[in-house]
Structures are given as structure tokens and as C-alpha cells.
Design a protein. Structure first.
Length: 178
């Protein structure tokens, strides 16, 4: 057996594509998505971003960071729902209002912006995916102050569709103005 991990990774990916197992494809591509989004931002905007360089076992609230400090949370979502809630370790931070849905919703201030990759059924070609960028402030849950909604509402999604470059550059500019 002289196969390396890349051989097995490709085989597993092909199997998931053939099965159209969107749930597992999303999990499988989550880490690669961070790399893809970094490259997309660096190519299509004036920002320079890198992957977060710490190894926080609890996972801080962002995955990418710009050279000026814009904190970007990376998400890959293949389904119709853009959920933000997640499974996290039970800790003092994740009790009470943070976990009203049974999952944990992030608290306001963990990042500055969310970037979603939406493949619209094409999991093989990332260049065909939609990139959706939404400022964290637009995701706050008015019924759960200090926390984000569990899901992105359709009107919010519609408002920010097609504006990824504009929103990222605007938020980066606001850092300059501070």
C-alpha cells in the first residue's frame, strides 16, 4: 500500500460527490473553504487576509484575519438554510442565553463579518460558488441581546447578495477610520 493521504482524500471526496451527501460534503470541505475564501478575498478585493494563526482548542470566533485586523468567520453552506449556530463544548461561556436552541449561537463581538460559500449544488468547482458577506452586526438577534440569530434571515441574505467585495472593503475601511 503505497498510497499517500492525498489519494485517500480524493477517493473520499469522490465518494461523497457520487452519493451527493451534502451534509458530509460540507463538513469535508469546511477547512478547504477557509483556504479558498482567503485566496478569493486576496484576489478579488483590496484586502490581504491570512488564516488565523493560533491553535485555540475551543475555536475562536473567526477563521481569517486581514492585515488591518478585520476578523472574518468562514462558513460553507450547501443547503437552503444559512445557519450560524454550532455545537461547542459545554462551558460557562456557552450556558443560558448562548444555547437557547440546544446548539450554541455565537455572541456579538466574536468576529466582524461572516463570509459564506454557497455552492448551489456544484461541490466540484469552487469558482462557481456564490460568495456572500454579511457584517456580524446585521446578524444580532433582537430577542436574545448580545447574541447572533441561529440562522440568517432571507431578507438579510437578499440585502447582501452580490456585494461581497463592497462589504469587505467597507468594513476594512472602517478599521482605518478608527
Amino acid at each position: 500500500m503505497n498510497k499517500n493521504w492525498f489519494t485517500h482524500i480524493e477517493s473520499a471526496y469522490q465518494t461523497l460527490l457520487e452519493e451527493n451527501n451534502t451534509r458530509e460534503l460540507g463538513k469535508f470541505l469546511a477547512n478547504a473553504n477557509e483556504h479558498m475564501q482567503r485566496d478569493w478575498i486576496n484576489t478579488h478585493t483590496s484586502l490581504t487576509v491570512n488564516l488565523r494563526d493560533d491553535n485555540d482548542p475551543n475555536g475562536t470566533g473567526y477563521d481569517l484575519i486581514s492585515s488591518k485586523g478585520l476578523r472574518i468567520q468562514s462558513k460553507f453552506r450547501g443547503g437552503k438554510s444559512l445557519f450560524i449556530e454550532q455545537t461547542r463544548r459545554i462551558s460557562k461561556k456557552n450556558l443560558g442565553a448562548a444555547a437557547t436552541t440546544g446548539h450554541v449561537v455565537p455572541s456579538l463581538g466574536e468576529c466582524d463579518v461572516y463570509i459564506f460559500t454557497l455552492p448551489h449544488g456544484d461541490y466540484a468547482d469552487p469558482s462557481k460558488a456564490e460568495i456572500l458577506v454579511i457584517p456580524e452586526s446585521e446578524l444580532e438577534d433582537p430577542r436574545n441581546s448580545g447574541f447572533l440569530r441561529a440562522r440568517v434571515l432571507k431578507p438579510v441574505r437578499t440585502e447582501f447578495r452580490g456585494r461581497a467585495k463592497e462589504i469587505l472593503e467597507k468594513l476594512e475601511g472602517e478599521i482605518d477610520a478608527q
